[in-house]
Design a protein around this ligand. Structure first.
Ligand code: GSH
Length: 125
């Protein structure tokens, strides 16, 4: 079972790499403004989780530089997620300064909708 999960995970990462979405382009000032806002966001995730891949693809599409923390590889990240969010489930977006004053958003679709609404793509000229 673990082997099948591992192979599936590698396949997901391979196809994600092969069909990587294009990032939207902003002028440098607009991107710097967005970067300043996304500095207070953290995505808790697993590298090969399909729901996490879906969120990371949305981040790439919208050119959002959001720190990611791998809950499988980092005990600290796992403890932060459990203490702050309350569940060991990924993806989870931490919105706001620190673990205590933050909002913790689970569900990949909710995260994607939140990011799309807060950081709309620039109008094409
Ligand atoms: N409906 C959720 C599903 C997330 C999910 O099932 N994540 C898995 C990893 S791929 C997980 O964290 N499982 C641990 C658990 O449910 O306790 C979403 O779309 O975000």
């Amino acid at each position: 079972m673990a082997l099948i999960r591992f192979i599936l995970g590698r396949l997901i990462l391979f196809f994600n790499w092969l069909f990587a979405p294009r990032s939207t382009r902003r002028d440098p000032d607009a991107q710097a403004t967005i970067d300043a806002q996304t500095a207070s966001l953290v995505l808790y995730q697993y590298e090969a989780c399909p729901f996490c891949v879906k969120v990371r693809r949305a981040m790439k599409r919208h050119a959002l530089n959001i720190e990611t923390r791998d809950v499988k590889r980092s005990d600290t990240a796992r403890e932060e997620l459990l203490a702050g969010g309350g569940h060991l489930k990924v993806p989870c977006l931490r919105i706001g300064g620190d673990e205590h004053g933050a909002q913790w958003m689970y569900e990949s679709n909710d995260i994607i909708n939140y990011l799309a609404a807060r950081f709309p793509a620039p109008a094409q000229s």
